[in-house]
Design a protein around this ligand. Structure first.
Ligand code: R5P
Length: 289
């Protein structure tokens, strides 16, 4: 077994290979004068099981191209099994044709991955579970939520309640709440524009309690900031905001802290400044199964 690190997930690939106890391979990469990518896997992969770990945050298209080159180079040179480990899968939110004529982007990615001849696909907290059913190769959607729940037990939370910022995230929050042994509920969100959301009033028993808002993705931070303001008005004691994928675009952290949140955390599916929890052990277990 070899773990090959993609440049967007070098730390996570290292942690994963350490948990498996296998070799970590760093590809040779450089740019041609016109910006095209040169890539070489410096270890023999023939007859090996190869897991390529590469998340696809911004710059999504560069990270995807690198991933496709790595997968194809491994397959083409006789790897016995290639596993595409894409902890954060770009374009997963464009999973439907909302308007006629739109590209269903995540389906295009699925088709490319399958056409390379990848043997297995592994991801973490994919935006829409239904996307997994469309894969024609073995595909696993792992969740970071039980691990997030466990990590919260060392925070000394007072009478905690875990909240989803919308109904769609409840299934995730439930997993974290179960592992922490805490209550959970959800808020009601209405998105007005990509950067503006509105939280509908809802009676929750949060006064004097520590609240943890959990979501799959924090992108602009609008969702978490609005949720935090709503909960502050209802006299929540401390407010923690966490997610699996810290996409964090355009001053998201500042926006969230300015809204009154006490702490923000994410996992390392995207290596960002608030990656405080690693999914390395979860990936290692799934790769080794
Ligand atoms: C949307 O349904 C997702 O689960 C997240 O709530 C969303 O991507 C968060 O985006 P933002 O941080 O921009 O509000």
């Amino acid at each position: 077994m070899l773990v090959i690190e993609g440049s967007a997930s070098s730390e996570l690939a290292r942690r994963t290979s350490e948990k498996i106890g296998c070799e970590l391979v760093k590809p040779e990469m450089r740019r041609f004068p016109d910006g095209e990518l040169y890539l070489r896997i410096p270890s023999g992969v023939e007859g090996e099981e190869v897991a390529i770990v590469q998340s696809t945050p911004e710059p999504q298209n560069d990270n995807l191209m690198e991933l496709f080159f790595l997968l194809d180079a491994a397959k083409d040179q006789g790897a016995e099994k290639t596993v595409a480990v894409i902890p954060y899968l770009a374009y997963a939110r464009q999973d439907k044709r909302f308007e006629p004529g739109e590209a269903v982007s995540v389906q295009t990615l699925r088709k490319i991955i399958e056409s390379i001849g990848v043997d297995e696909f592994i991801t973490v907290d994919i935006h829409e579970e239904e996307t997994m059913q469309t894969f024609k190769i073995p595909a696993k959607n792992l969740s970071a939520m039980p691990k997030i729940g466990k990590s919260l037990s060392s925070h000394g939370l007072r009478d905690p309640i875990l909240l989803a910022p919308d109904r769609g995230a409840v299934r995730l929050v439930e997993m974290a709440a179960e592992s922490l042994g805490a209550d959970y509920d959800y808020l009601v969100k209405k998105r007005k524009t990509p950067t503006r959301v509105h939280m509908k009033p809802k009676n929750l028993r949060v006064a004097g309690r520590d609240v943890v808002i959990l979501d799959d993705i924090i992108s602009t931070g609008a969702t978490i900031a609005e949720a935090t303001k709503t909960l502050k008005k209802q006299d929540a004691r401390k407010i923690y905001a966490g997610c699996t994928h810290g996409v964090l675009v355009g001053g998201a952290l500042e926006r969230i802290y300015n809204s009154g949140a006490d702490e923000v955390f994410a996992t390392d599916t995207i290596e960002c400044e608030v990656s405080k929890i690693s999914v390395g052990s979860i990936l290692a277990q799934a790769i080794s199964e």
